[in-house]
Design a protein around this ligand. Structure first.
Ligand SMILES: C[S@@+](CC[C@H](N)C(=O)[O-])C[C@H]1O[C@@H](n2cnc3c(N)ncnc32)[C@H](O)[C@@H]1O
Length: 279
């Protein structure tokens, strides 16, 4: 596991500053630019906000792994765009997040899509659903991108908490979205270098933002095993995505080539989706 950073131009020419990793609902909402008043009104709106290739790639993986006959509960869902796509594929699925009010986004497109507030560390998930008048039977959990905020000690606590909330034969579909490896490290270094050049040209400082913890698939296996899970399968998705972190590497023809290579030899992809059960 390594700490990952993103770089931005500061508003002023002063020497840069480092911003810590997000750690509370206010900082999650600020970095994610959440707008609790956003309402998607049409298919065109949906496409404009959530129609990206990597989102479709993840959806394909989730539909291959999740059982449409079981309730799926998304934890740390943001607006719930991945859960909404599953809902459209016929899944009984609930999105949730620690940031309140994000459920408005899809309420116009489909009022039957449910979003509730769950704090993954503190809440009893089934209890929260019952409090929100949701019939709870056995459920699986979907995590599309949450673990990267937390160092190993906190990530362990979170996984143990999820283990406690899951029934005996239930699955945790866990997405490693902030992957460690040679290519991701190179893309981060390139992005940092590009920002330094821009800062020198524009005479501005640099904001260095601690984005979270990059992990390898092996790191996740060790963490999840320690928390009592057994790996059923690992699936690669988000092909070529790491390239887009850098302006130069993110040029469309390079990304296209990376996507092609990724189909045979996954190098540039960002996500590994784990299907886990209680071990
Ligand atoms: C990277 S975003 C995921 C957004 C989107 N669903 C996706 O996967 O593309 C991670 C989300 O986890 C949420 N989160 C952070 N800590 C949480 C907690 N303790 N309980 C529930 N959600 C949490 C954040 O508010 C944020 O919306």
């Amino acid at each position: 596991m390594i700490e990952g950073y993103k770089y931005y131009l500061a508003d002023t020419p002063h020497p840069g500053r480092t911003v810590p990793v997000d750690h509370d609902p206010a900082s999650f909402a600020e970095t994610m630019h959440y707008d609790t008043e956003m309402i998607l009104r049409s298919e065109a709106d949906l496409q404009a906000h959530f129609g990206e290739r990597w989102q479709r790639e993840l959806n394909r993986t989730y539909t291959a792994l999740l059982d449409p006959d079981r309730l799926v509960v998304g934890i740390g869902s943001g607006y719930g765009e991945h859960e909404f796509l599953l809902h459209r594929c016929g899944y009984r699925v609930i999105a949730s997040d620690i940031v309140p009010g994000l459920g408005k986004a899809f309420s116009r497109l489909d009022p039957s899509f449910r979003f509730i507030r769950i704090d993954a560390f503190r809440d009893d998930y089934a209890e929260r659903m019952k409090q929100n008048q949701i019939d709870v039977d056995a459920f699986d959990i979907l995590i599309t991108g949450l673990l990267f905020y937390f160092d190993d000690a906190k990530a362990h606590d979170l996984l143990v908490r999820i283990h406690d909330n899951l029934g005996l034969n239930s699955h945790l579909v866990l997405t490693l979205r902030y992957r460690d490896g040679l290519i991701p490290r190179f893309a981060d270094a390139m992005a940092g270098f590009e920002t330094k050049i821009m800062a020198a040209v524009r005479r501005r400082g640099i904001v260095r933002k601690h984005h979270g913890y990059r992990r390898s698939a092996k790191d996740i296996e060790i963490l999840t095993n320690k928390a009592g899970f057994r790996t059923v399968s690992k699936t690669q998705a988000m092909f070529g995505y790491e390239m887009t972190r850098s302006f130069l590497l993110g040029q469309p023809h390079l990304v296209k080539a990376a996507c092609k290579i990724d189909q045979r030899l996954p190098l540039f992809h960002s996500a590994v989706v784990f299907d886990l059960i209680k071990g």
